[in-house]
Design a protein around this ligand. Sequence first.
Ligand code: FAD
Length: 391
Amino acid sequence: MSDKKLEFSINEDEQQVLDLVHEIGRNEIIPQRMELDEKEEFPHKIFDKFREAGLFGTLFDEAYGGLGMGPFMSCLVMEAISQYCLGVATSFGAVKLGALPILFGGTEEQKQKYILPLSTGEKLAAFALTEPEAGSDVPNLSTTAVKKGDKYVLNGTKQWISNGGAADIYTVFALTDKSKGARGMSVFVVEKDTPGLSFGKLENKLGIRCSHTRQVILEDVEVPEENLVGLKPNKGFIHGLKTLNASRPFIAAMGVGVAQGAYQEAAKYARERVQFGKNIINFQAIQHMLANMIVKIEGARLLTYRAAVYSDGSHPGTAKFSAIAKYYSSEIAMQVTTDAIQILGGYGYTKDYPVEKMFRDAKILQIYEGTSQIQLNEIGAHIIKESATFK
Ligand SMILES: Cc1cc2nc3c(=O)[nH]c(=O)nc-3n(C[C@H](O)[C@H](O)[C@H](O)COP(=O)(O)OP(=O)(O)OC[C@H]3O[C@@H](n4cnc5c(N)ncnc54)[C@H](O)[C@@H]3O)c2cc1C
């Protein structure tokens, strides 16, 4: 078990931030979300509201222009946004995901240069690790970065990059020493206007359609050596692992948020819908479905909050608890959104009610930032280690 004190409280300022997120959710996201989804439109107008409200600052420390509220509060913000639209939450979260390799591995100068404009929302970031032949199998990466004088030349294709094309900076993983495999990987900051950098078509996705996903294509992209994160080559694998351990609680928080949104829609509907002369919420079968939903949500919420508290990397259980929370929240988000459609019956199966979109959106949580199977592999590796000490 753990040794770190678990503290899930927030102060008044933080509560005000969350109230503001819910206000933006109700007034801005709900009226726009279906149209953004249908048109696959990036949520620029909603991001303007986030900027005005200073929400990008909730993701970062004060030293880099943020509000310094810490990972627990960042997760609460992600959860709140996800209650309204997982696509908006994905685009917002991708900024933090793109920033994390710099925060974990960058020099002070790199952090000041790249993180400050992300904290204000002036610029957006993206995280470019996955490739067509390297999804779960990250060590199979083939993008290269070859040193030429005081520059690195990058070549390769990155697949499924959230905020691809929308972001101003990309943290790109590339091999600086092929002979070392994954241990020969480095991270580079590539700015959007760099010659040789281009983007693939907008992926036509099942859900989170307002979050733009594209290939990021690097053809003889030259970056100065100052853009090598941490200025030391072959440290990318460590930066990548730390990034995923820290960001998985965010995905878990997104699962809690979308499940909460679907549960509330289902409960509201069940109070109003009359069949056999009764509001369907009075049928025990419906009550049990709603009860199962909230039991799962509250379980996922506690796992997520613990993982968020541990995600600063100082706890030995960071990786294990991040994987447990990410796995469980993603699974229950899919189950809860599916049951929400069941409670709405035929109406739930149409675009007239938001649960249809929530169900489509939730599926991605079991896939990105490590599939559910990969989370179980990670948990399994911990079990092998820990079970040696079981008496
Ligand atoms: C919408 C979207 C946004 C994304 N955003 C980003 C992003 O911003 N940046 C980024 O770098 N990547 C991003 N990704 C990539 C995402 O992280 C990968 O899709 C994911 O890691 C899975 O890789 P894959 O799709 O190649 O599937 P594969 O790795 O080919 O997996 C296929 C199936 O095999 C299973 N499998 C594979 N290996 C194992 C194993 N060892 N044990 C058990 N089962 C296994 C998987 O669980 C899965 O069910 C995004 C993907 C999507 C769809």
